[in-house]
Design a protein. Structure first.
Length: 217
């Protein structure tokens, strides 16, 4: 990241000059490697961050070790849980992890709260980002609670198939993405294979009947 001004312009291109200068004087640019920890359950929230490049994920892990990805943070976005924790003095209840190398700008908690209170432009940006992420999260929760696993799995396979219809992912990876258990995903995949929808091999799933998967929902 060359400097924080370029970083901010990348995610806030239409920010007014006066407000931009105020914000730029408060933030610091950071670069983090892949698989870096952003936060963990029980951590206090001391700063906000806006992603400039790369992707981070927020996930929970059960006592049995099952991972469920709640959402991802992408360039130009803020973290839903971070905003909530900063606003309520709550501690984190999930893990934040970088999926790629990440560039971001960070803002201390006191400066974040001051800007929220005094700068309508910044407040609208944060609340707009929070609202959009919360809406996405609610769709995820609705799918988790109300949609059958086979329907969600079929949709995942159709969305992630590559050239020739292949998905090079493990059953565990797909289970984590869908918030399910590996055993459940493996069972449903076996059913799909029996019906001729897919062909399974080690580390790869080939979609052979996209129409059959689409018809599930």
């Amino acid at each position: 990241m060359s400097n924080k001004f370029e970083a901010l312009h990348a995610v806030l291109p239409n920010y007014p000059d006066d407000a931009f200068e105020r914000l730029a004087s408060l933030v610091q640019p950071v670069t983090l490697p892949k698989d870096a920890s952003l936060f963990a359950p029980g951590d206090s929230c001391k700063q906000a961050f806006i992603l400039v490049s790369g992707v981070a994920r927020v996930e929970v892990v059960s006592e049995a070790g099952r991972e469920v990805i709640l959402y991802r943070v992408e360039p130009g976005q803020t973290c839903l849980m971070t905003t909530a924790c900063l606003s309520s003095d709550a501690n984190y209840s999930a893990y934040g992890i970088t999926e790629t190398e990440v560039e971001a700008v960070i803002l201390s908690k006191p400066d974040f709260l001051a800007l929220i209170g005094r700068c309508p432009i910044f407040r609208n940006f944060i609340l707009g980002s929070y609202g959009a992420r919360f809406a996405e999260f609610m769709v995820f929760v609705e799918e988790m609670l109300l949609q059958r696993v086979d329907v969600r799995l079929a949709r995942y396979l159709l969305q992630h198939r590559g050239e020739g219809g292949a998905i090079k992912q493990t059953h565990q990876h797909i289970a984590t993405e869908l918030g399910s258990a590996r055993e459940v995903i493996s069972r449903v995949l076996k059913e799909f294979e029996h019906k001729g929808y897919v062909k399974l091999s080690r580390g790869k799933i080939d979609v052979e009947n996209a129409g059959g998967l689409s018809a599930l929902g």
